[in-house]
Structures are given as C-alpha cells and as structure tokens.
Design a protein around this ligand. Sequence first.
Ligand SMILES: [Fe+2]
Length: 269
Amino acid sequence: MFAVLPSLALLTDEQVLKFDTQAFPLNEMTAKQLDVGVSTISTGKLHECALHLGIVPPGAAASKGPWRHLVQDRWKHNPHRSEINSCYLRWLKEVIGPLMLAKGETEMWYSTELLIRFHTPCPLSLQSPPPPPRLQDPSKNGSTRPYGKRKGVNRRGISTKRHSDRDYGHPSGELNVWLPLNDHAYGTNSLFRDRKPWAGEGSSRPFDLRYGEYVLWYGNGCPHETRMNVTDVTRVSFDFRVIPGTLFEERGACRTFDCRGTYFSKMLL
Ligand SMILES: [Fe+2]
C-alpha cells in the first residue's frame, strides 16, 4: 500500500495566486538593487535605461549579450542585496509557508539564491521573419539545425531554449515559482510553458500575469522557453523553486540539489 502524499497535488495543479505588494514591495526593492527608478521596471523600460547608461549598444540584440551580465552584476553585488534577501525569506515563510502547512508539511526547501530574469524586446531589425529551415544534409546523418550557429539558443532573440528543468538534473519534487516585477507579463515578453508534461509543444502558452500575482507550476516536467520578444516591454521576473519536505531527497541523483549541495536551503514552517 502506497502512502499518498498530499503535497503531490501542488505539483500537478498549476495555480496563479496573489501576494500583498504593500507588505512585500518586491519591485521597489529590485529597482533599488539595480539602481533604477521603480517605474523603469514597472513599465517594462529597463532596456531604455540600459541604453541610456550606455550598456546596450544601439541596435544590439538585447536578449543576450554583455549588458545582461552587467545588470546581473548589479543584482548580485549591490549593497542592498541583504535587504531583498530578507524580504525573500519572509515572502517564502508567509506566502508559500501556509500552502505547505495546509498539505501537512512542517518544513520546506527553497532556492538559496533568488534569481532574477530579464527578457528584453528584440530590435526591430531582428523582428523580420526567420529564414526557412536548411535543407536536410544526408552527409550529416540526417540532422539539421534550423538556423543560427549556437547550440541551444538557436533562434534569434531567445534567451531560454525549450527545456524541462529535469533535463538539468533538478529533482522531481520541485515546484517552480515565477513572479513578474513589471506591471504586466504577457505574450512574447513572457515565459511559454506546455500545459502538462505530456501535452506537447502545441499546448505551449505564455504566462499572463500582473504584478502582485505569481504562479506555482511544474517546470521540472513541463517544457518551457522564451520566444523573440516583439512587444516593447522588458519583462523582469523572479524565478525560484521550493520543495515540500516530504518530497525532498536528502541523497538524490545530483548532489548539487540535495543535502550535499548549496542550491537548496531548509526552512522550518
Ligand atoms: Fe527552466
């Protein structure tokens, strides 16, 4: 007889939920961290600010390139980092904690590092239709790559290639949290994910979320990707993972994600 773990329901049912933006002013704290005005993030104009600061060359493909590293550097090394980290821990405890408690959990594991993601508009020069796939070359064992030379990011303006997190060794008990910091994440500035792990690429749709909402979803098994951002909005979002205590493997297949690694930290509820 198998024991049924109530927390498994968290993995199977995608949920869009809300949090109190007054109690957790995440966009304001992020703006402070990046040293930009909050409206720059809210209105999705971070790319214009970056241009103004001279860290995006005019006409550059803004979804990839050194400027993203510069913004990431600001994120990682700003002196306000501890402030947003303590807000992150409080958010986990007060927002996610009750969901876990409701499933009978007494502890959870969470991403030690809060990740920030950007998806910037692609310059107009890159928004023309992509070239057709190459003709199949029989001398290369039948394999073709549609366009572009880089393995993985093989279409222009795409910052995250299609994948499931399990492809990178993430443990199957993980639950993804995705939370936009700009006013509205939608269409091609958002993240596309398949409806279910088995639903196929045809079911792929972007998250459509407002600031103050977040989604719990199963990125471990549901393939996801970004597409060329043809909106004029830079999406800024938080991306992290939680594991209910009963689903955490202390000795898993990949030590990075179990007790021996630093990717996850434990929180008592
Ligand atoms: Fe992912």
